[in-house]
Design a protein around this ligand. Structure first.
Ligand code: IPE
Ligand code: IPE
Ligand code: MG
Length: 253
């Protein structure tokens, strides 16, 4: 943790979320406002990814999950999809050193077999390279859809039951958790969505059961350290009851 960054944003005494998940939205509108091509918005958005990753690492967030490309985003015009894949490849190439230097592990969730080979190969290589001695896990949700993830988890479990490896009575939350792409990760504590949209868009539906939400009108390319600090302050000021009463929580303190 970097105490200078923490004190610069008054975050020293804040309860930090262990896992922050972000729906990075608004790149297209950011570009459109400037009468530019949408792709310029995505390019600027990649810079924000850089800034927010470094910031989260500095303030001690252990898991940062970024929704970068949804299963539904495959339906965008081919030109935009191709440009996004190229940007992704560039990002993975350019960030290799930063990830290694800052002990950040790369992880990818989603149906990555749908990604073009060049992106998938680069991502898989970097996942292997960064798999040891890490302090933070950066997960990119690529070609990710939560319903698809849940369906595939259910299939895996059903196959185990069918083959006799498991009984129906063994199926519980834990079995579900370990059958999802996010197996081994804690659930997100805080979900942020930029650009003013207030919806989930098929992101981590199972995992966000008790997440705190933070919506901001700021477009993703304009979302920087100061905006992230605001979201962390908002999180720090909330009471998470998990179904209990305030009195019970006070007794537990
Ligand atoms: C988010 O920005 C990035 C992706 C979904 C890939 P958008 O491209 O959705 O930007 P808007 O919502 O059109 O402004
Ligand atoms: C959600 O953003 C997906 C990502 C941020 C990658 P979209 O811009 O695709 O979502 P909708 O279509 O507005 O719900
Ligand atoms: Mg959008």
């Amino acid at each position: 943790m970097n105490s200078n960054t923490l004190s610069a944003y008054n975050l020293t005494d804040i309860t930090m979320p262990k896992h922050v998940a972000i729906i990075m939205d608004g790149n297209g509108r950011w570009a459109k406002k400037r009468l530019w091509n949408r792709v310029r918005g995505h390019k600027q958005g990649a810079k924000t990814v850089d800034e927010i990753t470094t910031f989260c690492r500095a303030v001690g967030v252990e898991y940062l999950t970024l929704y970068a490309f949804s299963t539904e985003n495959w339906n965008r015009p081919k030109k935009e999809v191709d440009a996004l894949m190229n940007l992704l490849d560039e990002f993975l190439r350019d960030k290799r050193e930063t990830l290694l230097k800052n002990s950040i592990r790369l992880n990818v969730i989603g149906s990555i077999e749908r990604l073009p080979d060049f992106v998938r190969n680069r991502a898989e290589d970097l996942m292997k390279e960064t798999a040891n001695d890490y302090k933070m896990t950066l997960t990119l949700a690529l070609s990710y859809g939560s319903r698809e993830e849940i369906v595939s988890a259910v299939k895996t479990i059903a196959q185990k039951v069918e083959s006799g490896e498991m009984s129906v009575h063994d199926i519980d939350d834990k079995v579900m958790n370990s059958s999802l792409y996010t197996s081994g990760m804690p659930d997100p504590d805080l979900v942020i969505r930029t650009s003013g949209e207030q919806r989930i868009s098929n992101f981590l539906l199972w995992q966000i059961a008790y997440a705190e939400f933070y919506f901001t009108p700021v477009l993703w390319p304009d979302f920087g350290e100061a905006e992230m600090a605001k979201a962390l302050h908002s999180f720090g000021n909330r009471t998470r009851r998990f179904g209990k009463t305030d009195e019970q929580l006070n007794e537990e303190k």
